[in-house]
Ligand binder design. Structure first.
Ligand SMILES: [Zn+2]
Ligand SMILES: [Zn+2]
Length: 443
């Protein structure tokens, strides 16, 4: 039995192949079979095979007025399993992901226990297969228990399919440990991702340091905490023999970081970086009412940092857009500002938020946005995804770019509601998410 899925008349945007045109996409048995204008003619429904008594399945989707893109990829999410299943599980996070158009996500290892060996990686993969929604990849920890001292089982994790290493939640403080991690990961050709934050500078800070932290009486995190570690890591990358080393700066948030990235890229260093929606849409003054939904790490910065990030995106310096989806229990977020955990649950509205931050003000055109949510993040984690190339696994997202809606956290598939965007009016709605040729979400 053959199964066919024909997506007709959409605006197909496939940046990896330089495609942006109105045409059809034909999927046969879970793979992209054809992208072009004549798929309908050739697709005459074959006669059912009488011999086996089975019938070929053919589904047609009319995508007129819609964007048809490679399945979106988010290389930075927290699904909280194992350990904090009341906040999110692989199953609930996966359901949220496909509802948000993401056909691949990468889970961070700061779970409880930490993802630090091959069994842990396999555990996540197994849970994801059972959930049968989105592809779930894993980054393993750089160091055991994320303590920054002893390297985790990076080799075994790489063999088990880990697509990167990070101690996300904190940065690797000791430069000698970080250098060893870069050397070791390079042997496997796996990227090392860093939550750039020097603990000495960051201290007990809970928001950006400056005017607002002073008047609110809250300890601040200086932008230097991020920039110092990023600068240090760039020096470490320079020390590495060129070849397989790859370094990725997670959720960069300051104008100073942008300048460091700009210089590093001019020198053609193997460095990539990512940006979150909150660092593009929110600023430090949001914290003024002590609403812990705005407590995030790295913290919300100044308007001039937001402008620098947008300029960097327009200049092509940013490699990926990520949600850094960080679900938390309401009871925890209701603690006072100092005690509440960091993080925003934003996976389910991430696409529309990036539309608001980047398409609406004209920072990017559609192909540019789609590239930063498909082909380029796929390259960072080294997976054969993010394209509609013929023969590739058919992960496809269909979006109505003009549909307006209001973000309602009560409709989230995610288990958590710590989201400051509740009630926001946004544009750009995911209508269908197709994973391996199967419609896994339909609005
Ligand atoms: Zn982080
Ligand atoms: Zn994170």
């Amino acid at each position: 039995m053959t199964s066919e899925l024909l997506i007709k008349n959409g605006r197909v945007i496939d940046p990896a192949n330089g495609i942006d045109k109105k045409c059809d996409v034909l999927i046969i048995d879970g793979k992209i079979a054809e992208v072009g204008g004549k798929t309908e003619d050739r697709g005459q429904k074959p006669a059912p095979s009488a011999a086996q008594g089975t019938e070929d399945r053919r589904t047609v989707i009319d995508a007129t007025g819609r964007l048809v893109t490679p399945g979106l990829i988010d290389i930075h999410v927290h699904f909280r399993e194992p350990g904090d299943e009341e906040e999110e599980t692989i199953a609930s996070g996966s359901a949220a992901a496909v509802a948000a158009g993401f056909t691949s996500v990468v889970c961070m290892p700061n779970t409880n226990p930490t993802i630090e060996n091959e069994t842990d990686v396999e555990y996540i993969h197994r849970k994801a297969r059972l959930a049968r929604k989105t592809h779930v990849y894993v980054m393993g920890a750089v160091t055991k228990r994320r303590e920054g001292i002893e390297l985790a089982e990076m080799g075994f994790m790489a063999e088990a399919g880990a697509v990167g290493f990070t101690d996300d939640g904190s940065g690797v403080q000791d430069p000698a440990v970080m250098l060893r991690a870069l050397k070791y990961a390079a042997m496997f050709g796996v990227v090392v991702a860093q939550h750039c934050q020097d603990n000495g500078f960051a201290g007990d800070g809970v928001m950006n340091s400056g005017y607002y932290s002073t008047i609110l009486g809250l300890p601040g995190i200086d932008p230097l905490a991020e920039e110092a570690m990023l600068w240090r890591d760039i020096q470490l990358v320079k020390k590495m023999p060129s070849g397989r080393v790859r370094y990725h700066a997670q959720h960069i948030s300051t104008a100073g970081s942008i300048e460091l990235i700009r210089t590093a890229k001019k020198e053609s260093l193997p460095i990539t970086c990512e940006v979150t929606p909150h660092h593009l849409l929110l600023t430090e003054d949001c914290v003024a009412e002590y609403d812990t939904n705005y407590k995030v790490n790295p913290p919300l910065r100044r308007a001039k940092d937001v402008e620098a990030l947008k300029q960097a995106i327009a200049d092509g310096l940013i490699d990926a857009l990520v949600s850094d989806h960080a679900p938390h229990l309401q009871s925890e977020k209701e603690l006072e500002f100092l005690a509440a955990p960091f993080g925003i649950a934003s996976l389910e509205c991430a696409f529309a938020l990036f539309v608001k931050a980047l398409i609406e003000p004209g920072v990017l055109a559609w192909p540019g946005l789609i590239e930063l949510m498909t082909a380029r993040p796929a390259k960072i984690i080294g997976v054969d995804k993010g394209t509609l190339g013929v023969g590739k696994q058919a992960d496809v997202t269909i979006v109505d770019p003009d549909a307006e809606y209001e973000i309602d956290v009560n409709k989230f598939r995610s288990k958590s509601r710590n989201c400051p965007y509740h009630g926001w009016k946004v544009k750009g709605k995911v209508e269908k998410t197709i994973v391996q040729g199967e419609i896994r979400f339909e609005a």
